[in-house]
Design a protein around this ligand. Structure first.
Ligand code: CA
Length: 283
């Protein structure tokens, strides 16, 4: 893959001519895909927590083509964002300061961290939800809602996977247990992208979403821009990962959550970001 990320996430603040008191944040949408406003069918009948399949309308948004890499996360750390409370949730900053957290837990790991082989291009892992949130905030972006994540994963498809129902093709699109053959992540963007040009949605690392997880959420979720239930114990984390071998964990509709709270991380959990689709450079 060529030039994965410019690694300099430039955020411009400007005051639009027609609104002197309103700041508009312009985000660098390089390596993001614009997903136009519209409806799709979320969920499935495959599993109880995915029922019922239901129509969801989402406003336009941009989503990262790639999982956030160690290289991108290093810029966040090196330029001071990681140690700036402005980018963290209140609970996240309290957790960080009370525990003396200096970097994600696998940051110095030689299989997963920045110094691993191809380290800068590996997805950052070991990030807690708090650390993922802080990065996204620093980049002028945010974590995707569960609905935004699934729409981007499906890329217009309605089957089990973005490429249909034939699970023998999964290895073309995803790093998973049967092709990783070892204990590691892989550089982002090496497998086939989905129809909208987005990589590694089915595999490599599980991805944090903004929402709290609830088994029953789909039974009463709103049609327009659902944002998940009120506070619960765990956040949604979506997609399969390098260590999983069971292909049903990789489906577009598969709902997952991390086995720990907002302060936990693991070597198969990372994230990608989104931003609102109105963040045009020229608006
Ligand atoms: Ca992934």
């Amino acid at each position: 893959m060529k030039k994965l990320l410019p690694l300099i996430l430039v955020i411009f603040l400007s005051i639009p001519a027609n609104s002197a008191d309103k700041y508009v944040v312009h985000v660098d949408t390089t390596n993001m895909v614009l997903i136009p406003a519209g409806e799709y069918l979320m969920g499935s009948n495959e599993c109880e927590v995915e029922k019922p399949p239901h129509k969801v309308y989402l406003d336009a948004y941009y989503i990262d083509k790639y999982e956030v890499t160690n290289g991108a996360y290093k810029v966040f750390i090196d330029t001071g964002g990681y140690n700036n409370s402005a980018y963290w949730t209140t609970n996240g900053w309290t957790w960080k300061t009370n525990n003396g957290v200096k970097q994600p837990i696998y940051w110095n790991d030689l299989a997963f961290g920045y110094k691993a082989t191809n380290g800068p291009d590996l997805p950052v892992v070991g990030v807690s939800w708090y650390e993922a949130y802080a990065y996204a905030s620093w980049a002028g972006k945010r974590l995707p809602t569960e609905a935004e994540w699934e729409k981007a994963c499906r890329a217009g498809s309605t089957g089990k996977y973005c490429f249909g129902n034939n699970q023998s093709k999964l290895g073309d699109y995803a790093w998973y247990y049967w092709n990783v053959k070892g204990r590691n992540t892989r550089p982002v963007g090496q497998k086939k992208p989905n129809a909208w040009g987005i990589y590694d949605m089915h595999g490599n690392v599980v991805e944090w979403c903004a929402d709290w997880y609830d088994d029953n959420y789909y039974k009463n979720s709103p049609y327009k821009n659902p944002k998940g239930p009120d506070s619960r114990e765990r956040h949604v984390a979506r997609g399969g990962a390098w260590g999983y071998g069971y292909t049903d964990f990789f489906t577009s509709a598969n709902r997952d959550w991390a086995g720990f709270g907002s302060n936990g991380g693991d070597n198969d959990v990372g994230f990608r970001c989104v931003c609102n689709g109105t963040n045009y450079w020229d608006d």
